[in-house]
Design a protein around this ligand. Structure first.
Ligand code: SF4
Ligand code: SF4
Length: 442
C-alpha cells in the first residue's frame, strides 16, 4: 500500500521540475524571506536551488533556508503562472533534505516524533476529561443514521478538548449525523512524511483516507490545517481516481450552515471581539469572521496583523519573528480595546491563551463565542491549568483524573513541563525567560 505513495511523490516531483520556469514570483510574494534574512537574494537563483534540492542535490544555503522557513501561508499558490503549487514544491524540498539521511534514520525520526505527539495528546486529553467523555472523540454521534459528514479532528486538537466538544455540540444542535475520526489511530502521516519516511507515511495516510471512504459520508470536515494540507495537497492528488468524499475545512462548512445556525443563536454575546488569523487554508478565517459577525450582540473588530502561516506552530523555525507576531496581535487587540481575542486554531490557542493574565481581554477559541450564543458551554481546562504556571499546582488539580486513567505520575509531570507550560514562545510578563522548549506538530 505504501509504495504507491513514494511513486506518486516521485511522479509529482518530476511534474514540478518540468513545469517550473524559475520565474521567481512565488519567492517574491512570500512573506518569509524577509524575517529569514534572504529577501535580497535573486528569486530565480533561490528557486533554482530549491529545484536542485528536490532533484537530489544540495541547492544553496538560501534555497534550503527558504524551504525550512516556509510557513504555509499559501500566498504563492495563486501567483504561479505554471500551475505549480510552490507550497508543495517547498514541502518536497524539505523532505528531500531529510532523505539525504539513511532510511533507518528517517524511520527513527518519524517514529520518535509520532511517539512524542501521541504522548502529549494522550496525557493532556486525559488530564482534562474522564473516559466516558473522551469516548465521544471516536465513532458515531448520537443520531441513529448513516453519517452525513466525518468530523476529522486530526491529533493535536485533542490537547484542547473543549474545542472538539464544542464542535460536536454544534453538530448535535444542528441535527447533522456525523462520525468522529482522528487521534493517533487515524493520523494524516505528516510526521513520517516530514521525516522522509514515505513507507510509513503512505501506510498511515492511505489507511486513514480509505476509512474516510468506507464511512459512506459525502464530506470529510477537517479541523486541523496541517492535516488538511497534508491530505489535500501532499496525498490525494497523487492517488488514483477521485475520492468518493469531498474534503472541506470544518470552519468553511460551518459558515455554509449559517442559515441553520442563526435561529439557534438565541443568546446575545455583548462583546467586542478581534480575531487572530492565519491565511494558510483558503477561506477559513473569512468563514470565522462571517460566523462572528452573525452572532447577536457581538461587535467584530478587524485587527491589523501579519498574514503568515497556517497556524502559529508553522513559525517555529523563526522564533524571534514568531514572538513578534504574537506581540503584534496582543498589542493590536489592546489598542482596539476588545473584550476578547478569539483564535481559530488549536496550536495558536495553546501558545496564546495564558497571555490573558497579562492583558485586559480574554483569549478564547471562536467556537466558544458561537457556543455562548447557542447556550453551549465547555470549560477551557487547558487554559485554566496553563494559567496556574506551576507544575505542582497543576498536578494537584488533575490528580483525580490522573488516578482514574491510571496515568504514571512522572509522565504527567513531564508532559506538564514540556507540552503545557513548555509551549510559551512569547514569555508572560510575570515570568522570566522563554519556555518554548519545543513545538508540537499541529
Ligand atoms: S506557502 Fe507561503 S510561506 Fe510557503 S513559500 Fe508560499 S508564500 Fe511562502
Ligand atoms: S513555482 Fe511557479 S511561481 Fe515559483 S518560480 Fe516556479 S513557475 Fe515561478
Amino acid at each position: 500500500m505504501s509504495a504507491p505513495f513514494a511513486a506518486a511523490l516521485q511522479a509529482r516531483t518530476q511534474e514540478v521540475l518540468d513545469r517550473c520556469t524559475r520565474c521567481g514570483r512565488c519567492f517574491e510574494i512570500c512573506p518569509m524571506p524577509a524575517p529569514a534574512g534572504i529577501s535580497e537574494r535573486n528569486a530565480a537563483d533561490v528557486v533554482g536551488g530549491v529545484l536542485d534540492i528536490i532533484r537530489g542535490g544540495h541547492g544553496s544555503p538560501e534555497s534550503a533556508r527558504w524551504a525550512q522557513v516556509c510557513s504555509g501561508s499559501g500566498h504563492c499558490i495563486p501567483q504561479c503562472p505554471e500551475a505549480v503549487n510552490p507550497r508543495f514544491m517547498l514541502a518536497l524540498a524539505r523532505v528531500a533534505m531529510q532523505r539525504q539521511s539513511t532510511a533507518e534514520e528517517q524511520h527513527r525520526k518519524g517514529s520518535a516524533a509520532f511517539a512524542n505527539m501521541g504522548r502529549g495528546v494522550r496525557v493532556l486529553s486525559r488530564m482534562q476529561l474522564p473516559a466516558e467523555v473522551l469516548r465521544r472523540f471516536r465513532g458515531a454521534g448520537p443520531a441513529d443514521a448513516p453519517p452525513e459528514v466525518v468530523f476529522y479532528t486530526g491529533c493535536n486538537v485533542l490537547r484542547t478538548p473543549h474545542i472538539v466538544l464544542l464542535a460536536l455540540d454544534i453538530f448535535d444542535a444542528l441535527g447533522v449525523p456525523y462520525r468522529v475520526m482522528g487521534g493517533p489511530g487515524d493520523c494524516c502521516g505528516i510526521l513520517q512524511f516530514r521525516a522522509g519516511d514515505f513507507d510509513a507515511a503512505g501506510r498511515i495516510v492511505y489507511g486513514t483516507t480509505d476509512r474516510f471512504a468506507d464511512s459512506g459520508a459525502a464530506k470529510v470536515l477537517a479541523w486541523c490545517p496541517t492535516c488538511t494540507i497534508q491530505i489535500a495537497e501532499n496525498v490525494l492528488p497523487g492517488r488514483a481516481g477521485s475520492p468518493v468524499y469531498a474534503l472541506e475545512a470544518y470552519v468553511v462548512y460551518l459558515a455554509g450552515q449559517l442559515d441553520r445556525l442563526r435561529p439557534l443563536m438565541r443568546h446575545p454575546v455583548n462583546k467586542r471581539v478581534g480575531l487572530h488569523e492565519h491565511p494558510g487554508v483558503a477561506g477559513v478565517c473569512e468563514s470565522a469572521v462571517k460566523i462572528l459577525r452573525a452572532i447577536p450582540g457581538l461587535e467584530y473588530v478587524d485587527l491589523p496583523q501579519m498574514q503568515v502561516g497556517y497556524m502559529c506552530n508553522t513559525l517555529q523555525p523563526l522564533p524571534a519573528f514568531k514572538r513578534e507576531v504574537h506581540r503584534t496581535i496582543l498589542e493590536a487587540a489592546a489598542a482596539a480595546r476588545v473584550d476578547v481575542l478569539a483564535g481559530v486554531y488549536h496550536a495558536c490557542h495553546r501558545e496564546l491563551c495564558s497571555h490573558e493574565t497579562d492583558w485586559p481581554f480574554a483569549v478564547v477559541n471562536f467556537l466558544e463565542l458561537l457556543g455562548e450564543s447557542m447556550g453551549l458551554r465547555r470549560e477551557d481546562r487547558f487554559k485554566r491549568l496553563k494559567k496556574m504556571q506551576d507544575t505542582d499546582a497543576i498536578l494537584a488539580d488533575v490528580m483525580d483524573l490522573v488516578a482514574a486513567h491510571g496515568l504514571a505520575l512522572e509522565e504527567v509531570r513531564a508532559v506538564i513541563e514540556k507540552d503545557l507550560l513548555g509551549e510559551q514562545p512569547l514569555p508572560l510578563r510575570n515570568t522570566h525567560g522563554t519556555r518554548d522548549a519545543t513545538s508540537a506538530p499541529g
